[in-house]
Design a protein around this ligand. Structure first.
Ligand code: HEM
Ligand SMILES: *[C@@H]1O[C@H](CO)[C@@H](O)[C@H](O)[C@H]1NC(C)=O
Ligand SMILES: CC(=O)N[C@H]1CO[C@H](CO)[C@@H](O)[C@@H]1O
Length: 322
């Protein structure tokens, strides 16, 4: 009886389509572990994919909401988000495909691509925290970390258009532009700074920062400018890691900003502008504070314009609208 009432409640809440931690508990309890295994397998081969999966979730959510629209391939009559210059170097689509294939094999039509992207981002962060535990350079703070439960129940969108990527922030943005871009989507300045901390993982290509080198950006440390120029000597696609520990999820990114070693203009402005500098300093002094804010802001990001009921679908193939 109590169980039946609980089930009815779950179904009622489910039909309202708000995201829930236990969304798959009755329909597909193994969904999360299938995704986690696919992510772990991929990261063992290529740890740099952790950054790619985290960035993919951001690009998915900021364009048309967290609805898997970033995954859709262009067709003859539609140029998808993926083919925008803003997608520059997005990677890891094959990890999502691999997870989706296994999910469809076991329980077709249940787990959405948008949920896979959200879960994969969380799994990637978890992996980058735990994989560094065994490394001698890992810090004692690694017993903590932004490990968060992912609310699920997103549905896949039916729109993926190149022009929508205009909603992504540009690396040339100053603080007020960043605050506005995030503010429009319901994020506070603290959310924006915490989420920028995702740049503790991964790299940027020379093409994303080379304009800072031509007429020496005063917010850039001169020795670091030389290092960036050296990177760019190898061409537009040459990679520069955002901080000294691009595979570890830590607060080194914020440390770099205090030394004027921010790679993107949009990174360094967080320290240049007084309003955001206090937040950066807070994260430098207290890594746990960063982790806590980051996990809260990630959960918030994962709820951005989620598609409800008939507004969405569960795609069979993440690259194609059904
Ligand atoms: C604040 C505004 C942001 C701007 C202007 C921005 C811009 C960029 C740019 C230009 C790159 C380098 C692309 C390349 O050259 O290959 C990059 C990389 C990256 N971004 Fe952001 N980003 C922002 C916020 C975020 C957020 C909110 C997240 C995730 C929560 C994120 C996650 C990442 C990651 C992990 C990478 C490294 C990707 C890799 O190594 O493959 N970024 N971002
Ligand atoms: C940021 O850039 C915008 C657009 O170029 C400009 O109007 C604004 O004054 C700038 N803000 C700051 C604080 O530099
Ligand atoms: C990963 C991916 O699909 N990248 C595309 C991003 O957009 C450019 C065009 O601007 C394409 O050439 C890439 O294939």
């Amino acid at each position: 009886m109590a169980m039946a009432t609980l089930l009815v409640m779950l179904i009622v809440i489910g039909s309202a389509n708000s995201l829930r931690m236990d969304y798959y508990i009755t329909t597909f309890p193994f969904a999360e572990s299938i995704v986690k295994n696919a992510v772990n397998k991929a990261l063992q081969n290529d740890p740099s994919l952790a950054a790619a999966l985290l960035r993919m979730h951001f690009h998915d959510c900021f364009v048309e909401g967290c609805d898997g629209s970033v995954l859709v391939d262009s067709t003859e009559d539609n140029t998808a988000e993926k083919d925008s210059p803003a997608n520059l170097s997005l990677r890891g689509f094959e990890v999502i495909d691999d997870a989706k294939e296994q999910l469809e094999e076991q329980c077709p039509g249940i787990a959405s691509c948008a949920d896979i992207v959200a879960m994969a981002a969380g799994d990637a962060i978890f992996w980058s925290l735990t994989s560094s535990l065994s490394s001698p350079s890992s810090r004692s703070t690694n017993c903590r970390g932004p490990i968060y439960d992912i609310p699920k129940g997103r549905r896949d969108g039916r729109r993926s258009k190149i022009e929508d990527t205009i909603n992504l922030p540009f690396p040339s943005f100053n603080t007020s532009q960043l605050i506005n871009a995030f503010g429009r989507r319901g994020f506070t300045t603290t959310d924006m700074v915490a989420l920028s901390g995702a740049h503790t993982l991964g790299v940027a290509r020379c093409s994303s920062f080379k304009n800072r080198l031509s007429n020496q950006d005063p917010t850039l440390d001169s020795d670091f400018a030389k290092a960036l120029s050296k990177t760019c000597g190898a061409g537009d696609n040459a990679e520069q890691s955002f901080d000294d520990t691009p595979k570890n999820f830590d607060n080194d990114y914020f440390n770099a900003l205090t030394r004027k070693n921010g790679v993107l203009f949009s990174d360094q402005v967080l320290y240049t502008a007084t309003g955001t500098r206090a937040i950066v300093n807070g994260y430098v002094m207290n890594e746990a504070r960063f982790f806590l804010d980051f996990q809260q802001s990630m959960v918030k990001m994962g709820r951005l314009d989620v598609k409800e009921g008939p507004k969405g679908e569960v795609r069979k193939n993440c690259r194609k609208i059904n």
